[in-house]
Design a protein around this ligand. Structure first.
Ligand code: ATP
Ligand code: MG
Length: 449
């Protein structure tokens, strides 16, 4: 267990040069920090450091979905075409769907989304209103044959997505599910250290009337955003939320969506101009999630019915909800970096802190690092110990590039005075303290999040 967190045994293929193919900073830094390797256009292998961050995001998403009462499942990556013919989307979906045939000449496809599959699961097993409400979700690889994959994981062809689907008896119930998702997404992004603004949006090929996208403001974002600057003052914070409390969830939606924030076809110049001029903003944003209510679109075409309390068979009301898990890593880096590299928010950092040994091979420095390393692990923390025989400058550059929020630097000179140095990656500020105090400090920081 311990060995894999020593840099001498880790696999961190950092690049010194800027890769020519990367146009935006997140793509450049993910390649330079050895997080991903392109396999083919828009398709990536995730190397240990990148994979670790992906798992962190996934864990946060699971925790917040479970808290909201949603049920995790796993559906296949390959789907048969028949269900899509039933819903009418097989032809409608277009060239973004990667289609293939199996050896029996059956039409198959690589999942771009899973409304059909999940509706089929539902209709096969649920027949009564008594089993509702129900929300099923998965975190699974998707494939969309994007015409222009670019910006690394931001617009991949293969990408990792959380997709959830709610089934409810009435429109009112389904709108509560919509609100629940909005709240759980706000919590999710905030835990990742991101501000994602919910914006009214156009529903596109999923269909339906009600939809919000979640956008992270960034110059490199692909979406144009018109908003009232006051939306960026909103924060979910540490308020308690009861997901069964309909008025409470509706209140959060109202609070977070009453100010003007729109993009694409829904933008309304006249409404926008009603905002006081000094608060009007036009900027760019990265779409990191979207929620939809689409009513009975799929339940009617696919005959997903339940019996209501009066014994009538009625189509269920549905919605779907997505988070771009792999894209989020790009968005996180766009929002958190400086000239030297990534700066991970504490909630998603791949390692809690780095330990830099300034004089590897010096008995005292080695022993102090070993002891720090073990004490941190004993407290449940996950440090990365740079135990390579490298120059100090090179070690600092690597730590800055991979962006761990805290660094403990250990050298013979400090140890003579009984101290190590603790450095904050974001501010660059350093503080000297005894090793035990450094351990306590790092522990306290992560205990608080
Ligand atoms: P976009 O408008 O960016 O193409 P979308 O609206 O088609 O995305 P959704 O169907 O809403 O995508 O999927 C849910 C989430 O999955 C999106 O909000 C986004 O974060 C992510 N996502 C969608 N397409 C890609 C992609 N090609 N690469 C990486 N992430 C993606
Ligand atoms: Mg979308």
């Amino acid at each position: 267990m311990g060995l894999i967190m020593r840099l001498s045994r880790y696999f961190l293929p950092v690049l010194k040069e800027n890769p020519a193919e990367a146009q935006i900073v997140s793509h450049r830094l993910m390649l330079r920090a050895g997080m991903i390797k392109q396999a083919s256009a828009g398709i990536y292998s995730w190397l240990p450091l990148g994979f670790k961050v992906l798992r962190k995001l996934e864990n946060i998403i699971h925790e917040e979905q479970l808290r909201a009462g949603h049920l995790p499942i796993q559906m296949p990556i390959l789907q048969g075409a028949d269900l899509w013919r039933e819903s009418g989307r097989y032809d409608a979906y277009g060239a973004e769907m990667l289609r293939m045939k199996d050896r029996h000449d059956r039409d198959m496809l690589f999942t771009p989304t899973a409304e059909e599959l999940v509706t089929d699961i539902f209709r096969s097993h649920v027949g009564s209103y008594k089993d509702l409400p129900m929300t099923l979700y998965q975190i699974q690889w998707k494939f969309r044959d994007e015409i222009r994959p670019r910006f690394g994981v931001m617009r991949g062809r293969e990408f990792y997505m959380k997709d959830g689907y709610n089934f409810d008896l009435t429109k009112e119930d389904a709108l509560h599910a919509y609100n629940r998702h909005l709240v759980s997404y706000l919590r999710t992004y905030e835990r990742m250290g991101l501000q994602a603004i919910p914006m009214r949006a156009d529903s596109g090929p999923i269909g339906g009337d009600d939809t919000h996208e979640f956008l992270v403001l960034a110059d490199t974002g692909e979406s144009e955003v018109f908003y009232d600057s006051k939306v960026t003052d909103l924060s979910f914070g540490d308020r308690e939320i009861d997901y069964d409390d309909r008025a409470g969830c509706q209140g959060v939606l109202d609070e977070f969506t009453s100010l003007y924030a729109r993009t694409d076809e829904t933008h309304d110049e006249a409404l926008f101009n009603q905002i006081p001029e000094e608060r009007r903003r036009v900027a760019r944003g990265i779409e990191v999630g979207q929620i939809f209510y689409f009513g009975t679109k799929y339940s009617e075409s696919m005959n997903a019915m339940v019996q209501d309390a009066e014994g009538n068979n009625v189509p269920v009301h549905m919605g779907s909800h997505g988070i771009g898990v792999s894209r989020l890593i790009g968005a996180l880096i766009e929002a958190n970096h400086d000239d030297n590299g990534i700066i991970w928010p504490e909630g998603v950092t791949p390692f809690h802190c780095g330990i830099v040994n300034l004089k590897q091979g010096d008995d005292e420095a080695d022993a102090a690092c070993d002891s720090l390393y073990k004490s941190l692990i004993a407290l449940g923390l996950d440090p990365l110990y740079d135990d390579r025989k490298e120059r100090a400058g090179g070690k600092f550059a690597t730590m800055d590039l991979i962006g761990l929020p805290w660094r403990i630097t250990v050298g013979p000179r400090g140890l003579k005075n009984g101290v190590v140095e603790v450095t904050n990656r974001r501010t660059g500020e350093s503080e000297e303290m005894p090793p035990e105090q450094a351990v306590q400090k790092i522990h306290a920081i992560y205990a608080a999040i």
